[in-house]
Design a protein around this ligand. Sequence first.
Ligand SMILES: [Zn+2]
Ligand SMILES: [Zn+2]
Length: 294
Amino acid sequence: MFETADMLWLRQVESSLRYHAVEFQWEGFEPRLTCVARGGDDVFDIDLGQVDFVISDARECVGYFDGDSYTSCPNKTSVTRFAQCADCAGESFIPFQECVFEPKCDGEICDMDFCRREHVLYLAFYDTKAKIGMSSTRRIERRLVEQGADAFAVVGAFPTRRRAREAEKQISSRLRIPQALRQEAVLNGFSRALDAAGIEERFHGLASSIESQFGLKVEGLRWVDAYPIDLPLDLPPQLRDTAGRHRGKLLGMKGKWLVYDSGSINALNLWDVPSRFIDVGISPSTTAPRKIKK
Ligand SMILES: [Zn+2]
Ligand SMILES: [Zn+2]
């Protein structure tokens, strides 16, 4: 397989990156990337204001939180699809990880409160592009901030997560509202002024279809507009590979993306960082091997 000089360099340095990223979340409109020093247990938030990161390709289980107390993965297990290994997922009361992504039960298989709890369906707007999704009722606003939506509306409530998912799929296919938008499609909107009137119009159209065809109660449109970023940008950000070097001037953050200017405008997907190793301020000139053997 073809490997760029940057990837070769990354393989040389990634085992010496000092921090392990374990969690990314928003608190209100403040994004936080939580890390631990490699081999340690003390958690801290990395400064996202100085964009000079090296991020590993390799991924290792993020361990688990019990309230505020953090335990690193006892086996340092390599991971791929999930950020946690099965042992650590069990410790954080997620014994059946499949249900996290796609509810398979009403709590009888996974025994998680999560599957038993009431869920709502929402319409999220990325400028005038809409998608439909679901969330546990407790964290709806937080979820929409995490996703970088411009506005949203709750369009129905269901007694369990699986029931909400079934309705989500039906509405999605009948009204042709996607359940997910491509990252590039959302990022392209970063260089256009928000069409607030267009969003309202699209919302009212979809809301009346959902009410008349599905008998659901649609709530009002709510705006999500305090992200730490000045939009629109001059150009849409280009999504970069997570693994590698990210260096430039911070332009801001919205949803899962950190946007920076390095001569071109780039986006780093911060959702994809936990489980990877990260370091700040590493210069390739001082750490790159002098010769690369064939
Ligand atoms: Zn683990
Ligand atoms: Zn379940």
